[in-house]
Design a protein around this ligand. Structure first.
Ligand code: PLP
Length: 387
């Protein structure tokens, strides 16, 4: 949702190059919607989705907790005002010295998915709470997370037994059903699998206390998505189906669903051309591409809404590409994107719902193009600040 505040900022400040503008009031609305739909669940914002300090500060002030993947992300959450009890070190892949640093900063909640990682944590964060991530198939997600993270449920049992034997607090399980998960049923199988692990470990006198339901909450791009309440209802249904009335503590880790629709990228048409006189398809080159923050167009997975000054007029399919000299830097080609026939070089476009997984994905200076700047509007301080 591109708010009037974002449009006013762009009209008044006229930033020269491409930029992301984020409206904090939308982030606040998204947090309050999640908190309202999941009243008994801890909300851990996945910092990687957008770590702008103003966003972290706003969420910390609203009582949100944080899912982090590295020591710098932990430090950013602390700098924003979160206390260490509100921070989870959710990356299953950590250097042993980073575990020690996190522990020294007061962090006490760690993700694991193998015995090797448990051993590191037992050495560097004795007594800490650990949760084991289990594999999911990611079906139904537009940005699936594949097999990189998590282990099978039979291995999760062994991982948490080992944690318990080493004096750690075998605290719970986690999963992630895949990002931009629009199938409400995706949680049912994962919760059912988790229940099996809870039961098996209970038989061994290890009682888990927590189930981390991960992220996956969507942003509306071109298609409608179910409401936050519909997710809450489906997930609550899955929890009571599998756990009955003995529900463990739960947490969720929204990233995209917290910030995706809070930002828009302003971009400019650099070139419109064709490959031959009779080529029916226009190539439209923008000043932002895969290396400038639009990495999630990889495999054309995420299809952003694009607003032009000529919306409502006749369109034809275009191939959209970025400005760099890498031939990979094409955004939409397999499925061309309809843009107005009257589109002109120099037109400014808005790539909407781009608040998540964009600015931090921009390269440092590939081909000399600067990383995508972020501007923050809204919130209690209405002045726009460069982040
Ligand atoms: C990236 C990530 C998230 C956030 O996922 P979204 O689909 O953006 O909500 C949550 N948890 C973990 C462990 C992650 O790596």
């Amino acid at each position: 949702m591109t708010t009037k505040r974002i449009l006013d900022f762009l009209a008044a400040r006229r930033p020269d190059g491409p930029c992301l503008v984020v409206d904090l009031d939308i982030v606040e609305r998204n947090f309050l919607r999640l908190a309202d739909a999941f009243p008994a669940t801890g909300i851990y914002y996945a910092v990687k989705a957008n770590p702008a300090p103003e966003i972290l500060k706003l969420l910390a002030s609203l009582g949100c907790s944080f899912d982090t993947a590295s020591v710098p992300e932990i430090e950013m959450a602390l700098a924003a005002g979160a206390t260490p009890e509100r921070i989870s070190y959710g990356n299953t892949i950590k250097k042993e010295r980073d575990i020690a640093r996190a522990h020294a900063l007061g962090v006490d909640l760690f993700a694991v998915d193998c015995v090797e990682e448990v051993e590191k944590i037992a050495r560097q964060a004795p007594g800490a709470r650990v949760f084991c991530r289990v594999l999911t198939d990611g079906k139904g997600a537009e940005w699936p997370l594949s097999r990189k993270f998590g282990c099978r449920t039979d291995m999760a049992v062994k991982v948490l037994e080992r944690a318990h034997a080493l004096g750690l607090n075998a605290y719970g399980l986690s999963f992630h059903v895949g990002s931009q998960q629009c199938d409400l049923k995706a949680w049912d199988k994962a919760v059912g699998d988790a229940k099996q692990v809870f039961r098996t470990l209970a038989e061994k006198n290890i009682s888990l206390a927590m189930l981390n339901l991960g992220g996956g909450f969507p942003t509306r791009y071109l298609k409608d998505v179910p409401s936050t309440r519909a997710y809450a209802k489906a997930i609550h249904g899955a929890m009571t189906k599998h756990f009955g009335n003995r529900l463990p503590a739960t947490i969720i880790e929204p990233g995209r669903g917290m910030v995706g629709d809070a930002g828009a990228i302003k971009t400019e048409v650099v070139l419109i051309s064709r490959k031959s006189d009779d080529d029916p398809t226009r190539w439209v080159y923008l000043d932002v591409g895969k290396f400038g923050g639009l990495a999630e167009t990889m495999d054309e997975s995420i299809r952003y809404p694009i607003r032009t000054p000529h919306d409502g007029t006749e369109t034809a399919p275009c191939i959209i590409a970025g400005p760099t000299c890498d031939s990979m830097d094409v955004l939409y080609e397999k499925t061309p994107y309809p843009l107005p026939l009257s589109l002109e070089i120099g037109d400014e476009l808005l790539i909407e719902a781009a608040g998540a997984y964009t600015a931090t994905y921009a390269s440092v200076a590939f081909n000399g193009f600067a990383p995508l700047p972020t501007y923050i509007v809204g919130g209690h301080d209405d002045d726009a600040l460069a982040a």
